[in-house]
Design a binder for this molecule. Structure first.
Ligand SMILES: [Zn+2]
Ligand SMILES: [Zn+2]
Length: 399
């Protein structure tokens, strides 16, 4: 709808200011008081029902259209990362060791912008829009907490569809939208392993039970598990990112600990990689006469896009911006997202939006989570337009 696009263009400057203000003061995890305050200020005076979270600094805003219709949920995450920014931007982080390196500052500004432009059309809106401003996406469980506090029922009836946007600082040229039906992002689970032996003097290993070689064997055996037990067309990734044992070169420790991120793209592969890796850890340890405990923690399910809602989102992009602005994501992305928890309960679509800065090559520019990642806020207005359009059309098209 042209009015939504014009509305977004008219506030583009203010949205860039909001985004930069959030970028200057990034916050981590579930408690983002400064960010929450900026969001509340941006929504001030709008015809919204606003609720702040109890166990986290979320903001849930409900817009009730003047006419009856369906409810649609739009989500933007608000948290930053423990990264020391090295972009040199004039609006770079002023908080030591914390940076909006995943572009969630843009998501927050875009969601506030969508609320602004949809509120301006409230008189013609048939249905309700729930705006989900979410802390704690980067592993802190923000989506789960907001669901527990009732975000999905904020408008009274369940949303018929849910949409979220994620910007990228490379890979996609600025302004390019991309998504795919089905599995969009991986499931991520953390494997925690402790191998237990018996410590002793490093010169007399036969009198001790050394957990270090067994733990090393577990690391390499996990890599072999990936290549020998899984279909290359339904792959898994296991990365042991943390390995700790011992205090000195001449002391055999009592135990060795390691933890791995385990990514998968289908429920079957996810179940099997968990079962097989737990068995492997136990059996490698016992082959050396040791014991081990292993468990999976911090589950993030797969982000699965509904086929119909994804086709709807593609049509909206090409209708608004032309066919040259959409590319189908060829393969699922091995990153993970806790918007997956919303999409498990409400059909919807998660869409990437390129925000590669001007003059940078999308093939080589630093990617999300890099200390040098730069996101171009010229894409804000188009992101707002798409979010608003998706909500507008989906509210009134639902039977
Ligand atoms: Zn991230
Ligand atoms: Zn992110």
């Amino acid at each position: 709808m042209a009015e939504l696009r014009d509305g977004a263009a008219a506030i583009a400057g203010e949205l860039a200011e909001l985004r930069r203000a959030i970028h200057r003061e990034p916050e981590l995890g579930l408690d983002l008081p400064l960010t929450q305050k900026k969001v509340l200020a941006a929504l001030d005076g709008l015809p919204l029902e606003i609720r702040q979270g109890e166990s986290l600094s979320s903001v849930t805003a409900v817009l009730r259209g003047a006419r009856p219709g369906a409810t649609v949920l739009l989500r933007g995450d608000m948290d930053a990362l423990p990264v020391a920014e090295r972009t040199g931007l004039p609006y770079a982080s002023r908080i030591d060791g914390v940076m909006h390196a995943c572009g969630h500052d843009l998501h927050t500004a875009m969601l506030a912008g969508a609320a602004r432009v949809l509120c301006a059309r409230r008189g013609d809106l048939a249905g309700n829009v729930v705006f989900m401003f979410q802390p704690g996406e980067e592993g802190a469980g923000g989506a789960a907490a907001m669901i527990a506090e009732g975000v999905l029922d904020a408008a009274g009836d369940r949303p018929v569809a849910a949409f979220g946007l994620h910007v990228t600082s490379s890979l996609l040229p600025a302004g390019m939208f991309s998504t795919r039906a089905g599995t969009m992002m991986a499931a991520a689970d953390t494997l925690e392993v402790t191998v237990r032996g018996r410590g002793g003097h490093g010169s007399q290993p036969h009198r001790a039970a050394d957990p270090v070689p067994a733990a090393c064997e577990i690391v390499t055996a996990l890599q072999t598990l990936v290549t020998r037990k899984f279909d290359i067309f339904d792959p898994v990734v296991i990365t042991v990112g943390s390995f700790h044992a011992g205090t000195a070169s001449n002391v055999i420790p009592d135990e060795a600990r390691l933890s791995a991120t385990v990514r998968s793209f289908s429920p079957a592969a996810r179940a099997r990689v968990q079962e097989e890796s737990l068995r492997l850890v136990g059996e490698v340890a016992s082959a050396h006469g040791l014991s081990a405990t292993a468990e999976f923690a911090d589950p993030f399910p797969m982000t699965v896009n509904d086929a119909a809602e994804t086709a709807f989102a593609e049509t909206a992009v090409t209708g608004l911006f032309g066919g040259g602005r959409f590319v189908t994501t060829p393969f699922p992305v091995a990153g993970s997202e806790d918007f997956s928890l919303v999409l498990e309960r409400v059909p919807g679509s998660f869409v990437f939006l390129g925000a590669t800065p001007p003059g940078a090559d999308p093939a080589t520019a630093p990617f999300n989570h890099s200390a040098e990642a730069v996101f171009d806020d010229a894409v804000l207005a188009d992101g707002v337009t798409l979010l608003a359009e998706l909500a507008w059309r989906r509210c009134s098209s639902a039977g």
